[in-house]
Ligand binder design. Sequence first.
Ligand SMILES: *[C@@H]1O[C@H](CO)[C@@H](O)[C@H](O)[C@H]1NC(C)=O
Length: 266
Amino acid sequence: MDSTSYKPLQDNRESEDQHSDDEKFWEEAQIRPRSLWRQKWLIGAIILPWCLLLLESVFIADQGAGWNCSSCPPSSQLLYSPAQDAVHYEIKKFNHGFNDDISPLQGPPSDERDKLWEDLYNFGMSAIPKSQATLLPNRTGPIPGLDGQYLVELDVFHQLHCLNNIRMSRYPDRYTTISHNGIPHDFADSHVEHCIDSIRQSLMCHSDISPLVWQWSEEQNAMRMHGDVVHTCRNFDAIREWARARRPEVALDPFERAGGGGAGGG
Ligand SMILES: *[C@@H]1O[C@H](CO)[C@@H](O)[C@H](O)[C@H]1NC(C)=O
């Protein structure tokens, strides 16, 4: 069986049969008109008021939260993020990761591959205005030398840094330090272990429910799992562009303290 192309479970012939079976059932039972009438009555009298009530409560909850994520499906983001409007959903097929379906980031280290990894996250932190910093669920610090600008880093970039840290720690002959936000780290066990557990929490937090499928492989004469299926994804490029556009215009020195304390926290 072709492992890459999407095949609906039912082919047309089956669904046609199903359709005519349904029709026969309705004809024989002769309950279609009454049932339709009953459905309309049901919609009008019971379902509609409930829908209106639901809509109203969503509207009230929206106003109460003080922010509105226009592109988010319901409850995709329970807490405010300054990047929430950069969230766009898309369908993306993952790489299989074997044979010739391999992403350019996979494989033994090279200068080109290092650059691809760094391009995923290594553009520093983001500067946000005080008006957004005050909406954060926690407090963040002001940026020294940038009036009214506050510092954040979207966690996806921290997670990617962490994954790169784990990747690099496998090649101690090649890598001795990894730099993150201008601070060099070595590959101490505690840092690598922090990274593994941070990625574990992130994976569980975002629980990807895309179903992987099992298909018969003639080649291996066995059922095989296929991870190279379509997934519902947040468009990463849009989120990376959000961060790139907000790089602080000053070099950050983590040892410099700005006056004014933090903003945010609720
Ligand atoms: C806020 O940050 C502090 C320091 O990292 C942390 O201990 C606390 O749990 C955070 N609170 C919230 C609500 O995120």
